[in-house]
Design a protein around this ligand. Structure first.
Ligand code: GRF
Length: 206
């Protein structure tokens, strides 16, 4: 709790110190990028505190990379052969661009403690479950198997432990009797698109 307060103060200070300027943000993706798209649209609103300056992907075939072209945002693709080496390269690029906030949006790699320490309290992730339930993969299948009445999505700060950082916002969705993993994924994803921008507004006290 104490740590989160410190991180929140840091983010508040960041907004104040940059005045009316938007916080330079990078979005990390591996696949479709529908959350990326919603974040880009949000960033282009006047009231948005962030401006997306870079799209990072570990997968050159990620569909979401198309949004780099559509919205004229710099993209950087890193092939993950040696994690330690690749992460150093990513950190270098982020610092060069003065990136102050990282939004993970369907990024399928686990960041090392070393990476996280370089951007402590400045990395957000969106996860398709009501954390702390169903960390990791196949969240919808597991929620159905567990006969949950509700599932949903969570935006949280990234800490060294997988899907365990401080929760910023969650949105619940009801699981119907005839629900399938596919229909649940679709329903949750639609909520993710709204939740991520709201979580960003929340961390900046807006
Ligand atoms: C989302 O469900 C997100 O919560 C999870 O991966 C999915 C990415 O979807 N981490 P998209 O690439 O944003 O469409």
């Amino acid at each position: 709790m104490e740590k989160f307060r410190k991180e929140k103060i840091e983010l508040d200070l960041m907004v104040k110190s940059t005045g009316s300027k938007k916080i330079k943000t990078a979005v990390f993706i591996s696949g479709t990028g529908s959350n990326l798209k919603s974040l880009i649209k949000f960033s282009r609103l006047k009231k948005s505190p962030v401006s997306i300056e870079m799209i990072v992907s570990d997968n050159r075939k990620a569909k979401g990379l198309n949004f780099a072209k559509i919205f004229k945002i710099k993209k950087k693709i890193f092939s993950y052969k040696q994690k330690k080496f690749v992460e150093k390269k990513i950190i270098f690029e982020l610092k060069k661009k003065k990136i102050k906030l990282i939004c993970l949006a369907g990024f399928m790699r686990i960041l090392s403690k070393f990476f996280i320490n370089n951007f402590e309290g400045k990395i957000l992730n969106i996860h398709p479950s009501l954390l702390p339930k169903f960390k990791g993969l196949n969240t919808h299948e597991r929620a159905l198997r567990n006969k949950e009445k509700y599932s949903g999505c969570t935006v949280h700060l990234v800490s060294a432990k997988l899907d365990s950082g401080k929760i910023i916002l969650q949105k619940k969705v009801r699981i119907n009797k005839q629900e399938t993993a596919k229909s649940l994924a679709k329903k949750v994803l639609a909520q993710e698109h709204k939740l991520y921008p709201r979580a960003i507004l929340k961390i900046f006290n807006l």
